[in-house]
Design a protein around this ligand. Sequence first.
Ligand code: DGL
Length: 279
Amino acid sequence: MDHQDVMTGCAPGTPPLHVGLFDSGVGGLSVLRALYQALARAQFSYFADSSHAPYGERDPAHVIERSMRITAALVERGAGAIVVACNTATALAVDALRTAYPLVPIIGVEPGIKPAAARSRVGRIGVLATPATLASERFERLVREHAGGVEVVCQPCPGLAARIEAGDLDAPDLVQRVAELCKPLRERGVDVVVLGCTHYPFVHQHVQAALGTGVEIIDTAQAVAQQAARRCEALMPTNANPPGSAALLTHARDGVLARLAAQWLPFECREVPAPAELA
Ligand code: DGL
Protein backbone atom coordinates (compact mmCIF):
# COMPACT_ATOMS: atom_id res chain seq x y z
CA MET A 1 0.00 0.00 0.00
CA ASP A 2 1.27 3.49 -0.72
CA HIS A 3 0.92 6.37 1.73
CA GLN A 4 -2.54 7.34 0.49
CA ASP A 5 -3.86 3.82 0.91
CA VAL A 6 -2.59 3.67 4.49
CA MET A 7 -4.29 7.02 5.23
CA THR A 8 -7.67 6.08 3.83
CA GLY A 9 -7.79 2.34 4.19
CA CYS A 10 -8.85 2.01 0.53
CA ALA A 11 -7.87 -1.01 -1.49
CA PRO A 12 -4.81 -0.30 -3.61
CA GLY A 13 -5.71 1.30 -6.91
CA THR A 14 -8.95 2.84 -5.69
CA PRO A 15 -7.96 6.14 -4.12
CA PRO A 16 -10.83 8.28 -2.80
CA LEU A 17 -12.08 11.23 -4.78
CA HIS A 18 -9.83 14.20 -4.05
CA VAL A 19 -11.66 17.55 -4.01
CA GLY A 20 -9.69 20.81 -4.02
CA LEU A 21 -11.31 23.93 -2.58
CA PHE A 22 -10.10 27.47 -2.27
CA ASP A 23 -11.12 30.86 -0.96
CA SER A 24 -9.29 34.11 -0.26
CA GLY A 25 -9.11 32.99 3.38
CA VAL A 26 -11.21 31.32 6.04
CA GLY A 27 -14.61 31.89 4.37
CA GLY A 28 -14.65 28.67 2.38
CA LEU A 29 -14.63 26.65 5.61
CA SER A 30 -18.37 27.31 5.67
CA VAL A 31 -18.57 25.50 2.32
CA LEU A 32 -16.19 22.72 3.42
CA ARG A 33 -18.48 21.95 6.35
CA ALA A 34 -21.45 21.34 4.04
CA LEU A 35 -19.31 19.50 1.47
CA TYR A 36 -17.96 17.09 4.03
CA GLN A 37 -21.54 16.10 4.90
CA ALA A 38 -22.48 15.65 1.24
CA LEU A 39 -19.27 13.88 0.15
CA ALA A 40 -18.17 12.31 3.41
CA ARG A 41 -15.87 9.79 1.74
CA ALA A 42 -13.86 12.25 -0.29
CA GLN A 43 -10.47 13.65 0.56
CA PHE A 44 -10.36 17.47 0.68
CA SER A 45 -7.52 19.95 0.23
CA TYR A 46 -8.52 23.47 1.25
CA PHE A 47 -6.29 26.38 0.27
CA ALA A 48 -6.81 29.71 2.03
CA ASP A 49 -5.16 32.49 0.03
CA SER A 50 -4.84 34.76 3.07
CA SER A 51 -1.77 36.62 1.83
CA HIS A 52 -3.79 37.84 -1.18
CA ALA A 53 -7.06 38.59 0.66
CA PRO A 54 -9.45 40.30 0.43
CA TYR A 55 -10.36 39.30 -3.12
CA GLY A 56 -13.48 41.44 -3.00
CA GLU A 57 -11.48 44.65 -3.05
CA ARG A 58 -8.80 43.55 -5.54
CA ASP A 59 -8.41 44.12 -9.22
CA PRO A 60 -10.38 41.40 -11.12
CA ALA A 61 -7.25 40.41 -13.09
CA HIS A 62 -5.46 39.62 -9.82
CA VAL A 63 -8.30 37.37 -8.63
CA ILE A 64 -8.35 35.55 -11.97
CA GLU A 65 -4.58 35.06 -11.87
CA ARG A 66 -4.68 33.73 -8.28
CA SER A 67 -7.61 31.42 -9.07
CA MET A 68 -5.73 29.94 -12.05
CA ARG A 69 -2.53 29.38 -10.05
CA ILE A 70 -4.35 27.84 -7.10
CA THR A 71 -6.41 25.53 -9.31
CA ALA A 72 -3.25 24.43 -11.12
CA ALA A 73 -1.59 23.61 -7.77
CA LEU A 74 -4.64 21.71 -6.47
CA VAL A 75 -4.93 19.68 -9.68
CA GLU A 76 -1.20 19.01 -9.45
CA ARG A 77 -1.80 17.62 -5.92
CA GLY A 78 -4.32 15.20 -7.41
CA ALA A 79 -7.64 17.07 -7.12
CA GLY A 80 -10.19 15.54 -9.49
CA ALA A 81 -12.80 18.23 -8.80
CA ILE A 82 -12.52 21.87 -7.74
CA VAL A 83 -14.92 23.86 -5.58
CA VAL A 84 -14.42 27.60 -5.85
CA ALA A 85 -15.55 28.29 -2.26
CA CYS A 86 -15.67 32.03 -2.83
CA ASN A 87 -18.39 34.13 -4.44
CA THR A 88 -15.89 36.73 -5.64
CA ALA A 89 -13.58 34.23 -7.33
CA THR A 90 -16.59 32.48 -8.85
CA ALA A 91 -17.95 35.77 -10.21
CA LEU A 92 -14.62 36.77 -11.73
CA ALA A 93 -12.78 33.55 -12.58
CA VAL A 94 -15.03 30.50 -12.90
CA ASP A 95 -15.44 30.86 -16.68
CA ALA A 96 -11.66 31.05 -17.18
CA LEU A 97 -11.14 28.02 -14.93
CA ARG A 98 -13.72 25.96 -16.82
CA THR A 99 -12.11 26.88 -20.12
CA ALA A 100 -8.66 25.94 -18.82
CA TYR A 101 -9.82 22.63 -17.23
CA PRO A 102 -12.65 21.31 -19.42
CA LEU A 103 -12.40 17.78 -17.98
CA VAL A 104 -12.40 18.74 -14.30
CA PRO A 105 -15.76 19.45 -12.62
CA ILE A 106 -15.49 23.03 -11.34
CA ILE A 107 -18.25 24.01 -8.96
CA GLY A 108 -18.73 27.65 -8.04
CA VAL A 109 -20.60 29.52 -5.30
CA GLU A 110 -23.07 32.25 -6.17
CA PRO A 111 -25.38 34.46 -4.10
CA GLY A 112 -28.72 32.68 -3.63
CA ILE A 113 -30.85 35.18 -5.56
CA LYS A 114 -33.26 32.54 -6.86
CA PRO A 115 -34.16 30.93 -3.51
CA ALA A 116 -34.33 34.34 -1.83
CA ALA A 117 -36.68 35.74 -4.48
CA ALA A 118 -38.87 32.65 -4.14
CA ARG A 119 -39.10 33.08 -0.34
CA SER A 120 -39.80 36.81 -0.24
CA ARG A 121 -43.37 37.74 0.65
CA VAL A 122 -42.90 41.50 0.23
CA GLY A 123 -41.12 41.25 -3.13
CA ARG A 124 -37.88 42.86 -1.91
CA ILE A 125 -34.66 41.05 -0.98
CA GLY A 126 -31.23 42.21 0.19
CA VAL A 127 -27.77 40.96 -0.77
CA LEU A 128 -24.65 41.37 1.35
CA ALA A 129 -21.55 40.73 -0.78
CA THR A 130 -18.12 42.06 -1.66
CA PRO A 131 -17.84 45.13 -3.91
CA ALA A 132 -16.25 42.97 -6.65
CA THR A 133 -19.06 40.39 -6.63
CA LEU A 134 -21.75 43.05 -6.84
CA ALA A 135 -19.93 44.87 -9.65
CA SER A 136 -19.42 41.72 -11.73
CA GLU A 137 -21.21 40.92 -14.98
CA ARG A 138 -21.99 37.47 -13.64
CA PHE A 139 -23.91 38.94 -10.70
CA GLU A 140 -25.81 41.28 -13.00
CA ARG A 141 -26.82 38.28 -15.11
CA LEU A 142 -27.80 36.27 -12.02
CA VAL A 143 -30.20 39.03 -10.95
CA ARG A 144 -31.54 39.51 -14.47
CA GLU A 145 -32.24 35.81 -14.91
CA HIS A 146 -33.29 34.75 -11.41
CA ALA A 147 -34.80 37.63 -9.43
CA GLY A 148 -38.11 37.07 -11.21
CA GLY A 149 -39.36 40.64 -10.79
CA VAL A 150 -38.40 40.83 -7.10
CA GLU A 151 -36.55 44.02 -6.16
CA VAL A 152 -32.91 43.36 -5.20
CA VAL A 153 -31.23 45.77 -2.77
CA CYS A 154 -27.46 45.34 -2.94
CA GLN A 155 -25.21 46.21 -0.01
CA PRO A 156 -21.46 46.11 -0.71
CA CYS A 157 -19.50 45.24 2.42
CA PRO A 158 -15.94 46.61 2.07
CA GLY A 159 -13.76 45.61 4.99
CA LEU A 160 -16.13 42.99 6.39
CA ALA A 161 -14.30 39.89 5.10
CA ALA A 162 -10.98 41.31 6.35
CA ARG A 163 -12.41 41.83 9.84
CA ILE A 164 -13.76 38.27 9.88
CA GLU A 165 -10.37 37.06 8.66
CA ALA A 166 -8.83 38.57 11.81
CA GLY A 167 -10.57 35.75 13.67
CA ASP A 168 -12.29 37.51 16.61
CA LEU A 169 -15.88 36.95 15.53
CA ASP A 170 -17.44 38.77 18.49
CA ALA A 171 -15.17 41.83 18.44
CA PRO A 172 -17.27 44.94 19.17
CA ASP A 173 -16.02 46.74 16.04
CA LEU A 174 -17.02 43.76 13.88
CA VAL A 175 -20.50 43.57 15.43
CA GLN A 176 -20.82 47.34 14.94
CA ARG A 177 -19.75 47.08 11.27
CA VAL A 178 -22.32 44.34 10.64
CA ALA A 179 -25.02 46.55 12.17
CA GLU A 180 -24.02 49.52 9.95
CA LEU A 181 -24.12 47.36 6.82
CA CYS A 182 -27.50 45.84 7.68
CA LYS A 183 -29.15 49.18 8.51
CA PRO A 184 -29.88 50.24 4.89
CA LEU A 185 -31.42 46.81 4.17
CA ARG A 186 -33.58 47.08 7.23
CA GLU A 187 -34.68 50.58 6.26
CA ARG A 188 -35.67 49.36 2.78
CA GLY A 189 -37.92 46.72 4.37
CA VAL A 190 -36.43 43.58 2.79
CA ASP A 191 -37.71 40.31 4.27
CA VAL A 192 -34.99 37.96 2.95
CA VAL A 193 -31.24 38.64 2.94
CA VAL A 194 -28.66 36.65 0.98
CA LEU A 195 -25.19 36.09 2.44
CA GLY A 196 -23.29 36.58 -0.82
CA CYS A 197 -19.80 35.95 0.55
CA THR A 198 -18.59 32.73 2.15
CA HIS A 199 -17.03 34.67 5.04
CA TYR A 200 -20.39 36.02 6.22
CA PRO A 201 -21.89 32.81 7.69
CA PHE A 202 -19.28 33.25 10.46
CA VAL A 203 -21.22 36.34 11.61
CA HIS A 204 -24.67 34.94 10.83
CA GLN A 205 -25.89 35.60 14.36
CA HIS A 206 -24.79 39.25 14.26
CA VAL A 207 -26.49 39.73 10.88
CA GLN A 208 -29.67 38.16 12.26
CA ALA A 209 -29.54 40.38 15.36
CA ALA A 210 -29.05 43.49 13.21
CA LEU A 211 -31.87 42.61 10.79
CA GLY A 212 -34.34 41.31 13.36
CA THR A 213 -35.91 37.88 13.60
CA GLY A 214 -38.55 38.64 10.94
CA VAL A 215 -35.90 38.62 8.21
CA GLU A 216 -34.84 35.29 6.72
CA ILE A 217 -31.17 34.76 5.91
CA ILE A 218 -30.13 32.61 2.93
CA ASP A 219 -26.73 30.95 2.68
CA THR A 220 -25.98 28.74 -0.31
CA ALA A 221 -23.40 26.36 1.23
CA GLN A 222 -25.83 23.41 1.43
CA ALA A 223 -27.05 23.88 -2.12
CA VAL A 224 -23.48 24.08 -3.43
CA ALA A 225 -22.53 20.93 -1.53
CA GLN A 226 -25.47 19.05 -3.01
CA GLN A 227 -24.58 20.24 -6.49
CA ALA A 228 -20.95 19.18 -5.92
CA ALA A 229 -22.14 15.76 -4.73
CA ARG A 230 -24.23 15.33 -7.90
CA ARG A 231 -21.36 16.41 -10.15
CA CYS A 232 -18.86 14.16 -8.35
CA GLU A 233 -21.03 11.09 -7.95
CA ALA A 234 -19.61 9.43 -11.04
CA LEU A 235 -16.06 10.09 -9.80
CA MET A 236 -16.53 8.44 -6.40
CA PRO A 237 -15.03 4.96 -6.10
CA THR A 238 -17.74 2.34 -5.76
CA ASN A 239 -16.11 0.47 -2.87
CA ALA A 240 -17.04 1.58 0.64
CA ASN A 241 -14.28 3.96 1.65
CA PRO A 242 -13.90 5.01 5.27
CA PRO A 243 -14.62 8.65 6.16
CA GLY A 244 -12.46 11.05 4.18
CA SER A 245 -9.93 13.55 5.41
CA ALA A 246 -9.37 17.28 5.03
CA ALA A 247 -6.05 19.07 4.72
CA LEU A 248 -5.71 22.82 5.30
CA LEU A 249 -3.10 24.74 3.33
CA THR A 250 -2.19 28.37 3.88
CA HIS A 251 0.82 30.64 4.05
CA ALA A 252 -0.70 32.63 6.93
CA ARG A 253 1.16 32.14 10.18
CA ASP A 254 -1.47 33.53 12.56
CA GLY A 255 -3.21 30.19 13.23
CA VAL A 256 -6.67 31.67 12.51
CA LEU A 257 -7.51 29.08 9.83
CA ALA A 258 -6.80 26.10 12.10
CA ARG A 259 -8.58 27.73 15.06
CA LEU A 260 -11.73 28.54 13.09
CA ALA A 261 -11.65 25.09 11.47
CA ALA A 262 -11.53 23.50 14.93
CA GLN A 263 -14.47 25.65 16.11
CA TRP A 264 -16.52 25.44 12.94
CA LEU A 265 -16.04 21.95 11.55
CA PRO A 266 -17.36 18.78 13.20
CA PHE A 267 -14.38 16.78 11.93
CA GLU A 268 -10.62 17.04 12.26
CA CYS A 269 -8.42 18.72 9.68
CA ARG A 270 -4.68 18.33 9.26
CA GLU A 271 -2.55 21.40 8.57
CA VAL A 272 -0.08 20.71 5.78
CA PRO A 273 2.55 22.99 4.22
CA ALA A 274 1.11 25.16 1.43
CA PRO A 275 2.77 24.83 -1.98
CA ALA A 276 5.67 27.31 -2.23
CA GLU A 277 4.56 28.44 -5.68
CA LEU A 278 1.34 29.87 -4.17
CA ALA A 279 3.08 32.26 -1.75
N1 DGL B 1 -15.06 34.73 0.76
C1 DGL B 1 -15.06 35.50 -0.44
C2 DGL B 1 -16.41 35.54 -1.12
O1 DGL B 1 -17.18 34.62 -0.96
C3 DGL B 1 -14.31 36.79 -0.54
C4 DGL B 1 -13.92 37.59 0.60
C5 DGL B 1 -12.84 38.54 0.19
O2 DGL B 1 -11.70 38.09 0.15
O3 DGL B 1 -13.13 39.70 -0.12
O4 DGL B 1 -16.70 36.45 -1.84
